[in-house]
Structure formats: structure tokens, C-alpha cells
Design a protein around this ligand. Structure first.
Ligand code: ZN
Length: 446
């Protein structure tokens, strides 16, 4: 059943955190017009009167926030199966349906926009944008580019290559440009490269360097020449972090080995750090990891926490990303708790996952903040994340999720709470196509 969400929407009885301001508004109203654009967001006392015929949502004293971003996900990957199991042992239709399920769970956890950095075909972006499946608005890299023997080389220790279609190997400037062009041809909104080795690749180490600075610069140039697209670098060890920033990438993913020099350079170049702390805070379970991965994580996790805490203290430009697919899907906002554990204020963590992430994705003109004229992508969370940011981590606390005024998730109030009238009205539950996707350079990439 599809019903067009062409009616105004009004949210009341909420505390408002708008994603850019430094204070919450204790008793607020958000009004969105029939096109899903915000007409008003502010104190209830100044709100315009509700227009007749509109839908209303009683926020039940919860907190209204912008729809969140996760700038580093792998929706095509399951976190509880190895790549071998996933790619070679799972029937393709089943894999696709499982991906659709992960999209839905990610949306239900409060993520209304996501950037997928490898293993998600661009068709999913289109499927979400046209309402075929429900999920976060998407930007996708489709694949991952590294050197032979690097992080994207899936040759197994026994010599067999998994031949995964999202892994691109390239070894000089000419080849990296060509690899970037293949990614763009496949519909990439952002180009993903590796400038270091990683935890989950058998043959390399986070301190190993991958693409050379001039190769990084070549990919950055190739992406720029195609509607000014950005480049994201998987970069863990110090040297590869520096090479990535010097080469001109827009975001350093992971950045576990970042030092003062890296932080400074990041600031100078206006690049972003996406620290994917969910993978660092994941409990280390020897039985679930191959011995080499366990050993690398054991060596790196504490180091990563120290370096990211130092970067937070230096106020570097941080956007939120979880590496879900490596970490768990559907609990993406636990990332905010980890940022706070490493020294960020809850408000800054919320801004990292809303307005700052929107800036990284180039969509801050309409997403990432609850301000007049912007898209009404929002969530309502039970509780106050400024007191305990951990409330955001539990999907059951995310009681309402909306994209451009269309309600995607709505948890009915617990039965019989006394004086509250039973809100919201049934017509508030509107299933309609997702609004067109993120990014000024995204839609209909073909
Ligand atoms: Zn990743």
C-alpha cells in the first residue's frame, strides 16, 4: 500500500536539538509543509497555529533530533559472517534480501542518511530513492581500490582469489585513474581508496602503506573531474593517514594512528576524520576472529582510543561512521556513546552525526539540521541524549523516524499511560517513496 505523504506534519511535546545550536529547546514544535520541508522548528510558545487537516505527532516528552548520518557503512556485508561465507556460500537473491533487511534496520535505528564505503551496488541507492525498499538516503562508493596485496586484495593465504567484484586492484597512476573510472561507471558517488593495510585483510598490517601520494592525488583529480566527487580513504597507520590528507582526500576513515601532525594537516586541508569507533569498542572475541585479525586488533584497539581521544581534544573535524558490516548493523548510534567516552560532549557527538556529517557528504544545504527550509528528516528519541547519550544506541528508544516529512517508523505509545491521548492518529503512518537522495552530484548518476 502506498499513500502519498502530501499533508503537513506537526510534532509537539518534544525537547528540540536542532543539530547546529548549542542548547536544546525544552518545549518545542516542528512544523513541516506538505512537501516535507521544515516551516518552523523552535519554542512551542512561538509556533504558528496548526493548519487544518495536517498530521500531528505527540512526541510524549521525548527528544526531537535531525535524522542521523552514518558516514561509513557496508550494508552489503553481514557482521556475523566472514567474507568467504558471505560471498561464496550465500545464494545471491538471499544476499540481496538480507541487504534490504539491513537497510530497514539501519533506518529504524535512526539513520536517515548513510554513506556506504564498499560492497553495495548503486542499484540500492536507486531502490531507496524510488521507494522500492526503505532505508537511509544513500551515497555509495560501490567498490574499494587498493594495490595488489593491499587491503582490497582478496587473495586467500592458499593462493585462491575470491574475485569479489567490489575489489579493485591498481598499481600505478594510470591504473588508479582507470579503477576510479570503473567505480564512477558503476555509479559511485564517492571513490573509496586504501592508503594503508587493515585489520581484516590477512596479508597486510594497519601500518603498511598502500596507494602512493601521487596515486591518491590522481584519484582525487579523477573524482573531481566527474561532478566534483569526493574521495574517502581507508587509512589506519600514521604514514598512510598523512599521505591520504596530502593527496587531497575529503575524509580519513578510521585514522587510528593519527598523530598531532595528522590532526594539524587535517585542519589545514578542511578534511574530515571518521573514526569508526564501533569497531574499536567491539569486544575482542578470539573465537570469532582469525588469529591474525585478533592479533592486530589486540595491538591496535587501545592505541586507536588514545589517538582518537587526542584528536577529539584537538577539536578536529569529526563525522560519525561505524563501519557497520564489520561492526554490528542496526545499533549505529552507539557510535555517539563511544565518541563521548573518548572525551566529546554529547552535543558535539550529536552534531558530528548530523550537521557535520551532512557537510562531509555535501548535503548540508538541506539535511543534518532542523532549520526552516530544510528537509524534515528527523527522529524522536525517548529520553534525553544530552544527559545520557547512550539512550540513542538502543533502537527501541528511537520511537519515530521520518524522511522529508514521511513517517518511516512509529512506535505506538505503551498502552494506558493515563492522561495522554493515544497519539498519533493512524494517518500519521505514511508509507511513501523515499525522497530523492543526498548529494548535489548524486541522483541518477548514470
Ligand atoms: Zn569499512
Amino acid at each position: 500500500m502506498e499513500i502519498e505523504g502530501k499533508a503537513s506534519l506537526r510534532v509537539h511535546n518534544v525537547r528540540l536539538i536542532d543539530g547546529v545550536g548549542s542548547e536544546a529547546v525544552p518545549d518545542a514544535v516542528l512544523a513541516a509543509d506538505a512537501d516535507g520541508l521544515i516551516a518552523y522548528a523552535g519554542p512551542a510558545s512561538h509556533a504558528p497555529p496548526a493548519p487544518p487537516g495536517g498530521r500531528t505527532i505527540d512526541g510524549r516528552g521525548g527528544t526531537l533530533l535531525p535524522g542521523f548520518f552514518d558516514c561509513h557503512v557496508h550494508l552489503g556485508m553481514s557482521s556475523d559472517r566472514s567474507v568467504v561465507e558471505e560471498a561464496l556460500m550465500t545464494e545471491p537473491v538471499l544476499r540481496m534480501l538480507q541487504t534490504a533487511d539491513r537497510l530497514r534496520r539501519t533506518l529504524d535505528s535512526g539513520i536517515t542518511s548513510a554513506r556506504d564505503l564498499g560492497a553495495l551496488p548503486a542499484g540500492f541507492r536507486h531502490a531507496v530513492a524510488t521507494g522500492l525498499v526503505q532505508g537511509p538516503r544513500l551515497q555509495v562508493s560501490v567498490g574499494i581500490i587498493s594495490h595488489t596485496g593491499g587491503h582490497a586484495d582478496t587473495t586467500l593465504p592458499g593462493g585462491m582469489n575470491l574475485g569479489l567484484d567490489f575489489c579493485e586492484l591498481a598499481d600505478d597512476e594510470h591504473e588508479v585513474r582507470k579503477a576510479a573510472r570503473r567505480m564512477l561507471r558503476a555509479g559511485a558517488d564517492v571513490v573509496k581508496i586504501c592508503t594503508t593495510g587493515g585489520m581484516n585483510s590477512a596479508g597486510d598490517d594497519p601500518d603498511d602503506e598502500d596507494l602512493l601520494e601521487e596515486e591518491i592525488a590522481a584519484v582525487v583529480d579523477e573524482a573531481r573531474r566527474h561532478r566534483g566527487r569526493a574521495v574517502a580513504a581507508h587509512a589506519q597507520g600514521r604514514a598512510g593517514v598523512l599521505a591520504a590528507i596530502r593527496g587531497g582526500v575529503r575524509s580519513v576513515e578510521h585514522g587510528f594512528g593519527i598523530d598531532d601532525q595528522g590532526c594539524e594537516l587535517l585542519g589545514e586541508r578542511g578534511a574530515f576524520l571518521v573514526p569508526t569507533l564501533a569497531t574499536v569498542f567491539q569486544p575482542l572475541d578470539r573465537s570469532k576472529l582469525p588469529p591474525w585479525a585478533y592479533e592486530k586488533k589486540r595491538r591496535w584497539n587501545e592505541r586507536a582510543k588514545e589517538n582518537i581521544a587526542a584528536a577529539i581534544a584537538r577539536k578536529v573535524n569529526i563525522a560519525a561512521g561505524t563501519d557497520a558490516g564489520i561492526s554490528e548493523h542496526g545499533r549505529n548510534l552507539a557510535e555517539l556513546r563511544y565518541l563521548v567516552e573518548l572525551g566529546m560532549s554529547p552535543m558535539d557527538a550529536i552534531r558530528a552525526a548530523t550537521s557535520n556529517s551532512a557537510r562531509l557528504l555535501g548535503v548540508d544545504d538541506r539535511l543534518g539540521a532542523l532549520l526552516p527550509g530544510m528537509c524534515a528528516d528527523f527522529v524522536i528519541c525517548a529520553g534525553d541524549p544530552l544527559r545520557d547519550v547512550g539512550v540513542l544506541a538502543e533502537p527501541e528508544n528511537i520511537v519515530v523516524v521520518a524522511q522529508q516529512g514521511v513517517v518511516r517508523k512509529l512506535t505506538p505509545p505503551a498502552a494506558d499511560t493515563g492522561d495522554r491521548r493515544s497519539e498519533p492518529a493512524p494517518e500519521a503512518v505514511v508509507i511513501a517513496p523515499a525522497p530523492s537522495v543526498a548529494s548535489h552530484h548524486t541522483e541518477g548518476t548514470s
